[in-house]
Design a protein around this ligand. Structure first.
Ligand SMILES: Nc1ncnc2c1ncn2[C@@H]1O[C@H](COP(=O)(O)OP(=O)(O)OP(=O)(O)O)[C@@H](O)[C@H]1O
Ligand SMILES: [Mg+2]
Length: 71
């Protein structure tokens, strides 16, 4: 993986992995984070919906609720 120069990295890099439920997002993010850490990068992994109660509710509603209700 080719990363930006050290001066560019001072500004950080935001990477978003999106896709359908069960597509493998968490798996690929875990591997990507390991690769970046091995390259000496500081990595913070987060996910939406979160594991909070409202995040779990959103996850459960995703297959059946759409549009403004899901937002
Ligand atoms: N490249 C792959 N090949 C085969 N199986 C995979 C692959 N990536 C992930 N999996 C498997 O698919 C399942 C779902 O993976 P994962 O939890 O990473 O998906 P997810 O997109 O984060 O799911 P969710 O939307 O529920 O958060 C897991 O059992 C995982 O081991
Ligand atoms: Mg996941």
């Amino acid at each position: 993986m080719k990363l930006r120069s050290s001066s560019d990295r001072q500004h950080g890099l935001f990477v978003s992995v999106d896709g359908p439920g069960g597509a493998g997002k968490t798996t690929i993010v875990r591997h990507l984070a390991q690769m970046l850490v091995a390259s000496g990068e500081h990595v913070h992994v987060t996910a939406e919906p979160s594991t909070s109660a409202i995040g779990q509710l959103a996850s459960e509603l995703t297959p059946t609720v759409t549009g403004h209700a899901l937002a």
